[in-house]
Write a protein that binds this ligand. Structure first.
Ligand code: PLP
Length: 520
């Protein structure tokens, strides 16, 4: 209690974000990032992640982790010291001040209060979920400049969308007269669910009924429903680290605690599961670990399922890009291997058609069908019917499968071009991971340390190429303690033609040469 009071009585929450202005910052973005860092460290001190006397990472390591300049991090530390949270001494690590206490129940609420009030929103007008979401960093990368070659992961090229097929399917659907315009089954259009049932059986060997399938507005809605229906605030969800931050955000929004499990070259380290505390749910990407790209071997799949069955943990299997397998054999999904009814399989059309359609699906264990159906009805009744019926036609007449086969050829050509270009520009100086499937790979550059990350990303932009570090995909609290030696880039190729990929890698090589020239 005394320690709670010490936090309350300190200036901890007295400073509004508007008052916190970092001098000498060269851009608004930098200023926002340093404010976020200041806030984040304050929270970690308050919630006990860094207890009294704990050493913070060096400014150099943290600057590298955060893509900030070392000077900016030093200014954040100076501000924290001036506000009494940490003690800095030349030549030794900065440590949490002895006057600052351990966890206080209202810490988060106070932090968010300061945050919202600084933006003119009294925090009392938001729910706890609203406050958590408002405190998250959910921003997408800012717009690409013209002429820039962008290795962003996520978007697809508009040229790859099957416009004519889609228009034809939509027109055919619109021409059908529907006598009663009524709400549909919350699980979605039955025609589509039947077509999907056949498709999943044929392409993934999955056995399920159309009753178990629910059409959702993208995988994100599936994750949101799982978080709301299966996990209470304060309970834990096991996640891969690094992992899909949009999933982490969905779980944390509802007050879940994340239990991070490491990922190695075979995916989730299932040998760490037994050491974890109790969990309600696990979220995994076993077919193509996001972002590192491993395929989870069958023995680990069985280990995960046995652990989940023994502890009554739900397992969410995110099968987001399994259509793009280039050099690996088809594998059994967790849903197919599950004998205890704990797996919720989630898929999406964001990678084969367009993320703008917002079409995804869940294959639910029979015991969850009723509650998820009711929740979907309460949330948004059901996904829009027209696009579902158009998609059902494409699945039913085989044109979706033909489109996917064509896309797989295109994406494979892009993947080979990128791998070849990286190998020819960097040779043994690059290690490429996770390229046997999907729409991105991870390239590790041994001669560039993670500490030079921000300089490299900036220099690459000066050379007209946009690249993204793998670092933000590590869970931040774990990340701060992580001191990876070489720089890793997540390189998406779904948006780029082969010429652009080659030219982008040449530009990246020039940027890396320039950085090396500065280092050596
Ligand atoms: C791991 C992962 N899951 C799912 C998705 C797709 O999400 P949605 O279906 O909501 O578009 C993505 C998109 O990038 C992803 O990276």
């Amino acid at each position: 209690m005394a320690s709670c009071r010490s936090i309350e009585n300190s200036q901890f929450f007295a400073i509004s974000l508007d008052q916190f202005v970092m001098p000498n910052l060269d851009s608004d973005k930098n200023q926002r990032l340093s404010r976020n860092l200041y806030e984040e460290i304050r929270t970690w001190i308050a919630d006990g992640t860094y207890g009294v006397g704990a050493a913070l990472p060096s400014t150099r390591a943290l600057a590298a982790e955060r893509s900030l300049s070392r000077g900016t991090v030093s200014l954040v530390y100076e501000q924290l010291a001036a506000d009494g949270f940490i003690e800095t001494r030349p030549g030794s690590a900065s440590r949490v001040s002895s006057g600052i206490g351990a966890p206080c129940v209202d810490t988060q609420v106070h932090r968010e209060k300061a945050n919202h009030e600084a933006h003119g929103m009294p925090s009392c007008r938001l729910s706890a979920i609203g406050r958590r979401i408002a405190a998250m960093d959910t921003q997408e990368p800012d717009a690409t400049l013209s002429g820039e070659i962008d290795f962003v992961y996520g978007p697809l090229s508009g040229n790859d969308f099957p416009t004519l097929l889609w228009q034809k399917a939509l027109r055919a659907v619109e021409c059908q007269r529907i006598p009663r315009l009524e709400y549909e089954d919350p699980r979605g259009n039955l025609e589509l669910r039947l077509a999907l049932q056949a498709h999943l059986s044929q392409t993934r060997g999955m056995r399920c009924t159309a009753e178990q399938i629910m059409i959702v507005n993208g995988s994100q809605q599936a994750l949101d429903l799982c978080a709301r229906l299966l996990v209470n605030p304060g309970e834990s969800v096991v996640v891969e680290n690094p992992g899909y931050r949009m999933a982490h955000n969905a779980f944390e929004a509802y007050g879940a605690k994340l239990l991070c499990v490491d990922v190695d070259s075979h995916g989730l380290c299932t040998d760490q599961l037994d050491q974890l505390g109790p969990a309600r749910m696990a979220y995994v990407t076993p077919t193509h670990q996001f972002p590192l790209g491993a395929f989870l071997p069958i023995a680990r799949r069985h280990a995960l399922l046995a652990w989940a069955a023994a502890r009554q943990v739900w397992v969410v299997e995110d099968d987001y890009d399994s259509e793009y397998r280039y050099s690996v054999r088809p594998e059994a999904t967790l849903q197919s291997l599950d004998t205890s009814g704990c797996v919720i399989h989630v898929g999406t059309f964001s990678k084969t058609l367009s993320p703008q359609l917002r079409l995804g699906y869940m294959v639910l264990p029979p015991t969850l069908v009723e509650v998820f159906t009711a929740a979907k009805r309460v949330t948004d009744r059901h996904a829009a019917t027209g696009v579902q019926r158009a998609l059902a036609r494409l699945l039913g007449d085989g044109s979706y499968d033909r489109h996917v086969r064509r896309m797989r050829r295109f994406q494979h050509a892009r993947q080979r071009t990128l791998v070849d270009a990286l190998v020819s520009s960097f040779g043994p100086r690059v290690k490429i991971e996770g390229y046997s499937s999907g729409l991105h790979l991870v390239a590790w550059f041994s001669e560039i340390s993670a500490q030079d990350e921000s300089a490299l990303l900036r220099t690459a932009r000066e050379f007209g190429v946009r690249v993204y570090s793998v670092r933000p995909l590590y869970y931040p609290k774990a990340n701060l303690k992580l001191c990876s030696q070489s720089l890793g880039l997540v390189m998406g190729y779904g948006l780029l033609g082969c010429d652009a990929i080659e030219s982008g890698v040449r530009r990246l090589a020039s940027a890396i040469d320039q950085i090396r020239g500065r280092i050596f």
